[in-house]
Ligand binder design. Structure first.
Ligand SMILES: NC(=O)c1ccc[n+]([C@@H]2O[C@H](COP(=O)([O-])OP(=O)(O)OC[C@H]3O[C@@H](n4cnc5c(N)ncnc54)[C@H](O)[C@@H]3O)[C@@H](O)[C@H]2O)c1
Length: 320
């Protein structure tokens, strides 16, 4: 990766790509935001403006900072202009191999041969995405969580031909722009966090369907119980403290027999029951009715509340 150019490329600026472009520009990179059409570029620009408004309102950026960020983002429909001399390329196009193969071919025509190309893919294999690449060794997965300009985690994955130096360069780049990168040592469907989220959500479904609690109470239990701790430290560190002098090992040894009883009673099915989607929606609709307006009781105000709280927490973590 060339260190003096300070140019980053976001290829495919929909929901995820516009937010990456904003993140790169906030970190000081001259950012090229590519879309297929002028109309999509306008959509990306509108999303950037909306997010800048929220960042100003929540005192992450001043009007002056926001103007500098705005000026660093160049919207274009030219792949050549986007990736030429780029120090880092993030691809966030549609989740189909054919689309990504076509873009990879275009990107490689103009990108420096050693620039890392990271794909935001949620579920495709890096090996397959780079299958026809001239330089498959520089491809990594760089999986963000929505919205990437706020959520620090990025999960880095490797394909069969990815070289260690590409992983190291991707990690260094993400760290530099304020992400918290985690490298997966092996490919795992759903990466780390989608697996963790679904393990928890399977049990939420199980508890609700078995009449143990409502959707609202499960949400409250997480928000005001373990969830509030997880926003500060991960589950093993939480248990390190929960185990007192014995630490996490003491806690696991002490509670093992009891935990085994719970685990044997918990869900281990592999597919959500068909009726769950509607049960969850009805539960959420009811929950929203019971929330105070200032904590969000419509989808829009809930999103605003989430961003406000997220920003406060990220500031305390030193991530904004
Ligand atoms: N949405 C999420 O929560 C989320 C989270 C993490 C990762 N991702 C991944 O990020 C990537 C983008 O997802 P998104 O949610 O931003 O999708 P999106 O539909 O909002 O954006 C996709 C972008 O790809 C472009 N595109 C679509 N078809 C194309 C084609 N044939 N050729 C070139 N460009 C094309 C679109 O114009 C758009 O700019 C996907 O790989 C997805 O798996 C999404």
């Amino acid at each position: 990766m060339s260190t003096d150019t300070k140019k980053a490329a976001s290829v495919g600026c929909g929901v995820i790509g516009y937010s990456w472009a904003l993140k790169f520009a906030m970190a000081g990179y001259e950012t090229y935001a590519w879309n297929r059409s002028e109309a999509s570029s306008e959509g990306a620009r509108a999303n950037v403006e909306e997010s800048l408004k929220s960042l100003i309102k929540n005192e992450v950026l001043t009007e002056e900072d926001a103007q500098k960020v705005r000026e660093r983002i160049h919207y274009t429909t030219s792949i050549e202009e986007t990736v030429r001399d780029a120090a880092f390329i993030q691809e966030s196009s549609a989740e189909h191999y054919e689309v990504k193969h076509e873009l990879v071919k275009e990107i490689e025509k103009y990108a420096p041969a050693d620039t890392v190309i990271a794909s935001s893919t949620s579920g495709l294999l890096v090996t397959e995405i780079a299958k026809y690449a001239e330089h498959p060794e520089r491809f990594v997965g760089g999986h963000p969580y929505n919205p990437p300009h706020l959520i620090p985690l990025v999960e880095i994955t490797k394909g069969d031909k990815t070289c260690d130096s590409a992983v190291e360069r991707a990690k260094a780049f993400y760290k530099e722009i304020g992400n918290e990168p985690v490298v997966l040592q092996k490919e795992a469907l759903g990466f780390i966090c989608n697996r963790l989220q679904m393990a928890l959500y399977r049990e939420v479904c199980n508890l609700v369907m078995n009449g143990v609690c409502t959707v609202e109470d499960a949400d409250k239990a997480v928000t005001f119980g373990p969830g509030i701790r997880w926003g500060i430290m991960g589950p093993s560190l939480v248990f390190e403290l929960g185990g007192g002098k014995g630490g996490v090992s003491g806690l696991m040894n002490h509670l093992n027999d009891s935990i085994t009883l719970w685990l044997n009673d918990m869900a281990d099915w592999k597919e959500f029951p068909k009726e769950w989607a509607q049960v969850a929606q009805d539960g959420v609709n009811e929950e929203l009715k019971n929330r105070a307006p200032e904590t969000g009781n419509t989808r829009e105000s809930l999103e605003e509340y989430r961003d406000k709280m997220l920003i406060q927490l990220l500031k305390m973590h030193g991530k904004l």
